[in-house]
Ligand binder design. Structure first.
Ligand SMILES: [Cu+2]
Length: 161
């Protein structure tokens, strides 16, 4: 009998460990300070999942709406649009910035200031439809500290964005 109890306890322990360690690492989470009057900002990060998964949603208490955006050349211009998800191939680091993807914080409730730490909750769905959420924080950099490619502010002022 004691052996059975030990066995059950062992299984429960294994389960809780699995729930905590979902095998996803998010790093380099950053955004840029907003200009006066600007009510949207973009966030970049690098993410790696041990198992095949996809990033399906992001929420933040500072934004009314959060969208996942991709960028593509269309008619010689960079255009961005909201996508439903970003694929995370097993064991492969996905750097949003490198692929031109980013997370868009829209209808900001407060300006993003350099030095701020903005909470983000990522929802990740595995191939078996099982979902997990992951909390992280984006460090806000001063304006104009990075490459033009990352400078989303102006692009989102374009008509239709
Ligand atoms: Cu965007």
């Amino acid at each position: 009998m004691r052996q059975i109890i030990a066995l059950v306890a062992g299984v429960l322990l294994a389960m809780s460990a699995a729930a905590e360690d979902v095998g996803i690492t998010v790093s380099d989470v950053w955004g840029r300070a907003t200009a006066p009057g600007q009510d949207s900002g973009s966030v970049q990060f690098s993410i790696i999942s041990k198992k095949e998964a996809k990033l399906v949603a992001v929420t933040s208490p500072v934004a009314g709406t959060v969208e996942i955006h991709s960028m593509a050349h269309e008619d010689g211009k960079m255009k961005m649009r909201a996508v439903e998800s970003i694929s995370l191939p097993a064991g492969k680091a996905v750097d949003l910035a490198k692929s031109g993807n980013h997370v868009m914080l829209l209808n900001l409730k407060q300006p993003l200031k350099a030095g701020d730490s903005v909470p983000l909750t990522l929802t990740i769905e595995f191939a078996d439809k099982h979902k997990v959420t992951l909390d992280t924080k984006a460090g806000i950099n001063p304006q104009g500290t990075s490459h033009d490619m990352h400078d989303m502010g102006d692009m989102h002022d374009m008509k239709g964005m």
